[in-house]
Each structure stands twice: as C-alpha cells, then as structure tokens.
Design a protein around this ligand. Structure first.
Ligand code: NCD
Length: 362
C-alpha cells in the first residue's frame, strides 16, 4: 500500500474528525533515525536502524546508571511528563515515572487517578489529553480502546495551532491493539541475552488474540528484518494471533507457525515468551474460565526447554505460571529473565524519553 501523508490539521483536506477513524487515517511519523518530538504510538514507526539507535542509548544509560553517573539527571531536566492511565498498570506506569525521574525530569498525574479527574465528569479523551499537553512536554497514555493513542496524537497536533508547541504522546498500551514501548524493551532484552536476532526461534504462548504485547513484538521482529527468525505461536484455537498480524508477517516474509501443541516447538526454542490470558478482555466469563488454564508454565514444563533458552513474560502473572510455589521455583531458574526484562524496561524508556524530549546524545 502506498504511504499516505499524515492527516494532521495543517496538511489535510480530509477532516479525520468526521469519520473518527484515527487508527486507519492518522499516519504517525516514521522515526527515521530521529525521535525528537515524535509521538510513539506504533511499532510501525520503527525500522532496524531506529532500534539500534535506541538499544545503544539504553545500554549506555544502563551502564551510566550503574556507575552512578549524575549526568543522566540533565537529560530530562526542566521537562515534565504527564501520566494518563485509563487502565490498570504497575510496570508501564511506574517504569515510565522512574525513567523520567532518573533523567532529572518531573512527573505529573491526576492526584486521585484519571478516573477522578474531569474524566469522571464526562470529559472526552481529546480534551483530557490536550489539558495534559498544556502542562507537559510528553504524555504517557494507556487506554482500553484500540487507536486511542492515534486519536491523542491527532489532537496534540491540533493543540500546536493554539499553544505553538506540540507535546508528544507515547502509548502505554491501547486495548487489545499495540504496546510499542513493551515491544521495544522485549526486543532489547532478547538482544541483551542472545546478542543477535538472526536464526532465533521465538515462541509466544497464551492469549495471542487479546495480548497487545505479542502483537507489537511480532510486528517489531518483522520490522527488524533479522535473518532466519522463526516465530511460533502457541495458543488455544480461540485465542490465536489476529489475521492482520499474520498477514503482516507474511508480507515481511517472516517464517511463522501456529499450533496448540507446545511440545512440538518448545525443545527447539531460543526465546519463550509466556503471556497471561487477558481476563478483562472477555465479555463472557464462562469462556474465560473454560480457557484460562490452557497453557501453564511450571518447572516441569521449563525442564523440557533448552539449557540456553530464555523465559520471558511481560507480567503480571497469574495461574498461567502455576501456583505461587511454581512462581518461586521458576524464578530460581537462570533461564527466567522476566525481572531483567522489567528493569530493562526502565532503561529503554529512559532512552526513549531522552530521545523524544530532546534528541540528546545518549
Ligand atoms: C501487559 C499489558 O498491560 O499489556 N503488561 C505490561 O504492560 N507489562 C501484559 C498483561 O497485562 O498481561
């Protein structure tokens, strides 16, 4: 499909507000080696070069943080990040906040949570985002609707006409759609442990239908264009990877294989990416109950994996990693890297914020 120009207020004859098809009509800018001032709403904005720039910055920041380098505090000094979370979050919210503070920036939130902001009075997303934009330089948005971050980006573009500057929005996950910053930190973690993506067999397991982390990760792996990557998608029939993602992988010639039989692929896997069944996305409780224990990672299951495999999980975890006892045992296995993944998330988000806010060299 030929690339369409971005439908921003300044350059568009088509008024996106008439259709409200933000996801289909708004084209976020490609990163193209320069993150400065750009909204980050989809992994489609990235290619291999952008990932390498970001990973280099995240590695450098991690090293400098370990050395106690106080110079990091200048990277976000004088800048403000607003945190707008319309859905539950621990890691994404806290790691973005920690990242901003570790860069010397400030964080603002609605004092009693977004549900007690003017959202409670019925204010729409377009207005709440612009209110945050009037105060902040960057906004982190998590919202239950697919495409909400595109809508936020569009209205922040509009805001520029009024206030003369354009705050950036970074998606912290939109519904069952995308979770770009999670995919960036997942890719960084794979690179960290495996040193290359070439020839890797990566197996994603669980709720591939509703899991936005696996949607973004699968697409970003395709965008990286590693040689000989194979993706295995293991799920119950009703929780399979959406067709749009499979088509994307086909177009990018990434080998992929769908199955409901984990043992078919586990022994040959380099990266195991386990996920939670997304209880909150099921309209029918009985359907969730029937499917929730389809795939459970326990120590005996991990015992079937290769000695040099890594086990990732975006977390939070529930019974898809067994009992609390199983959690403890899995945590002791050196192949379990989900806490490294979590900490890496903060460094990757520091790199992302520093780049978006100022294009500083890091
Ligand atoms: C994930 C999410 O919110 O999509 N969590 C996260 O951001 N680390 C995964 C999940 O909730 O299962």
């Amino acid at each position: 499909m030929a690339a369409e120009p971005a439908h921003t207020p300044a350059n568009s004859s088509y008024d996106i507000r008439v259709s409200r098809q933000f996801l289909d009509r708004y084209r976020p800018e490609k990163i193209d080696g320069d993150f400065t001032g750009k909204h980050i709403v989809s992994v489609d904005q990235f290619d291999q070069q952008d990932l390498q720039i970001l990973f280099d910055a995240a590695s450098s920041i991690r090293k400098r943080a370990a050395q106690g380098d106080r110079g990091l505090l200048s990277l976000g000094a004088g800048k403000i990040m607003a945190s707008l979370f319309y859905e539950a979050s621990t890691r994404t919210d806290m790691s973005f906040q920690a990242a901003m503070r570790r860069l010397g920036g400030e964080v603002i939130v609605a004092s009693n949570g977004v549900q007690f902001s003017s959202v409670y009075k019925g204010e729409n997303l377009a207005d709440t985002v612009r209110a945050a934009g009037c105060y902040a330089d960057v906004i982190i948005l998590r919202h239950p609707e697919v495409g909400s971050s595109y809508e936020a980006a569009y209205y922040l573009d509009c805001l520029k006409e009024q206030i003369g500057r354009r705050p950036a929005v970074i998606s912290g996950g939109d519904g069952v759609g995308e979770h770009p910053s999670q995919a960036l930190l997942d890719m960084f973690t794979i690179f960290d442990f495996k040193k290359s993506f070439d020839g890797l067999s990566i197996t994603m397991v669980g709720d591939l239908k509703h899991g936005r982390t696996v949607h973004s990760l699968a697409k970003l792996l395709a965008r990286y264009e590693a040689a000989g990557t194979t993706l295995n998608f293991v799920s119950p029939e009703s929780l399979r990877m959406p067709g749009t993602i499979l088509t994307f992988l086909k177009e990018h010639q990434i080998a992929h294989h769908e199955t409901d039989n984990l043992s078919e692929v586990l022994g040959g896997t380099d990266v195991i990416y386990w996920t939670r069944v997304q209880e909150e996305r099921f309209a029918d409780r009985a359907e969730y109950e029937a499917i929730k224990d389809g795939f459970i990672m326990t120590p005996p299951v991990l015992a079937q994996a290769r000695a040099d495999a890594i086990l990732m999980h975006p977390l939070p975890r529930k019974n898809e990693m067994g009992t609390p006892d199983d959690h403890d045992k899995l945590d002791q296995d050196s192949r379990s890297v989900y806490f490294n993944q979590m900490e890496n998330g903060m460094y990757v988000r520091m790199a992302l914020l520093a780049k978006v806010l100022g294009g500083f060299w890091v």
